[in-house]
Design a protein around this ligand. Structure first.
Ligand code: AMP
Length: 282
């Protein structure tokens, strides 16, 4: 496995892979890999000739008060994980090469996709995500790219990006990987102290509480939301950013549960903002 840091070098490698008609599976990440990332890499490995994992902490998707500086980094460990899982390349470009001083072109997703859920409290976040992915796809030219359903809004926006801009890559969503007790795996879980780690279970457990109501026949989203919010508010370390029940395809809020509904939330546990969701099928 090779670690590639230069954009031109990655482009040359991709060009020669294309010439040899091999398929490229790509897993875009911000690094500090965990089992969630690993599941994507394994899926890419199963279904492609060549696997490229990008490890790039994308500064333009972080807001000014967010955790860009403190975000955990460990390229050596990431590279070892990628190698063990059979990846062929780790692409780790320099941020000044990705965004030279005169960089001025951005890819902005439609407002209807960003004025809900994470887009509200993270203005500019999905513009940063769409811009970096357009660049990464252009450099690596993957046939398939793998994304986690944990970042469900990102998955939906990237699917739209690729469709709207006719990018020649299949976007493949993969299920959320969780800790044994149900907490969704996240690089940000490393910020949690012991007490916060226990409190963080409130995300998953409140979603399951809502799901239980739905399974018992409750279809009124206001009632379900109220129950979820009350459940979270009982945890003193938790502060809700948002809890929403929306249509999976349009992200519009809905009044009655139907097939393809997502319950999605972002909750601060102490200073750490965590997200989780569930796709409800009826
Ligand atoms: P990140 O490094 O946080 O940008 O994540 C890179 C990719 O891994 C994204 O497509 C995420 O949705 C995915 N991912 C992160 N955590 C998980 C998880 N717990 N289960 C599945 N996929 C995940």
């Amino acid at each position: 496995m090779q670690i590639i840091t230069k954009i031109e070098k990655m482009q040359q490698i991709s060009d020669s892979i294309k010439v040899s008609r091999q398929s490229i599976g790509m897993v875009p990440t911000m690094g500090y890999l965990h089992d969630g990332h690993k599941s994507l890499i394994k899926k890419a490995r199963e279904n492609n000739d060549i696997v490229v994992v990008s490890v790039f902490l994308n500064p333009i998707q972080f807001g000014p008060d967010e955790d860009f500086e403190n975000y955990p980094r460990d390229l050596e460990r990431d590279a070892k994980i990628c190698e063990e899982l059979g990846a062929d390349y780790v692409f780790h470009p320099d941020k000044d090469d990705m965004y030279p001083r005169d960089f001025s072109t951005f890819v902005v997703p439609g407002e209807s996709m960003t004025n809900v859920l994470c887009g509200v409290s993270r203005p500019g976040h999905f513009r940063g995500v769409c811009t970096v992915l357009t660049k990464l796809f252009s450099i690596v030219r993957p046939d398939n790219a793998y994304f986690g359903e944990k970042d469900i809004q990102q998955l939906s926006i990237v699917t739209k990006l690729v469709s709207d801009l006719n990018l020649r890559v299949n976007i493949i969503g993969c299920p959320i990987v969780r800790e044994e007790d149900g907490l969704a795996k996240s690089s940000r879980n490393t910020y949690l102290n012991d007490e916060e780690r226990k409190a963080a279970l409130v995300l998953r457990n409140s979603i399951l509480e809502g799901k239980k109501l739905i399974d018992s026949g409750e279809m009124d989203t206001e009632v379900i939301l109220k129950s979820i919010v009350n459940f979270i508010n009982e945890e003193p370390l938790a502060k809700i950013d948002y809890v929403e029940i929306v249509d999976f395809d349009t992200f519009e809020k809905i009044e009655k549960i139907k097939d393809n509904t997502i319950i999605a939330m972002a909750v601060y546990i102490g200073k750490t903002r965590l997200i989780d969701n569930i796709l409800v099928r009826i």
